[in-house]
Design a protein around this ligand. Structure first.
Ligand SMILES: [Fe+2]
Ligand SMILES: [Fe+2]
Length: 190
């Protein structure tokens, strides 16, 4: 069954509620709302943004190591797997067939170099949706509506700093993304 977002949002929300509990469910609704808003701002497809936002964390509370084995997804750290496993599950079930939507879901955790507008919209919506509260979120919210590439760079920078502070592993896709977006603003203070 292909999920028709515009005509069938309630059914999709129910599916998400069945997979994400409490704050994680509220977060999915927040990302949907913010992704729609950013899509309006930048002329991306609003329905695709909303659908990707709603579904982006679909497998977050599942056993992602098991899913990675099942779908043969290589990984550096378990933490960044759920975007890839969500895209694989949603595609296999036939819930999402649109490759742009699947790609925005797939890359929402790590980012990647040269992201599409839809990918950037979902990546940032995940960071700045209304339930998010961390040092720098207001600056990132402002930046997201001023210059999306600068906002992506700022988010990547914060994310990589946070990973290093926590002595965790950095996914190479995030490194590629950081270098790509840093290169768009050489030497510039963000
Ligand atoms: Fe996520
Ligand atoms: Fe998320």
């Amino acid at each position: 069954m292909q999920m028709d977002y515009t005509g069938n949002r309630d059914a999709i929300v129910k599916k998400v509620a069945g997979n994400l509990k409490g704050e994680k469910f509220e977060h999915a609704l927040g990302v949907e709302k913010t992704a729609v808003s950013l899509a309006h701002r930048y002329g991306a497809d609003v329905d695709k943004a909303g659908l990707a936002g709603l579904l982006h964390d679909y497998t977050k509370q599942k056993d992602n190591i098991a899913l990675a084995e099942r779908y043969h997804i290589p990984y550096i750290t378990e933490k960044t797997l759920h975007g890839h496993t969500a895209a694989a599950v949603l595609k296999e079930k036939g819930y999402v067939t649109d490759e742009e939507v699947l790609s925005a879901i797939r890359w929402h955790t790590t980012g990647r170099e040269g992201m599409t507008m839809l990918e950037k919209v979902v990546y940032l919506a995940d960071y700045i949706e209304p339930n998010r509260d961390f040092d720098g979120v207001e600056k990132l919210r402002d930046l997201a509506y001023q210059n999306i590439d600068k906002a992506v760079l700022y988010a990547l920078q914060m994310s990589i700093e946070h990973i290093i502070e926590n002595k965790s592993l950095i996914d190479t896709d995030s490194v590629g993304a950081y270098n790509y977006y840093r290169n768009l603003f050489p030497g510039e203070e963000i």
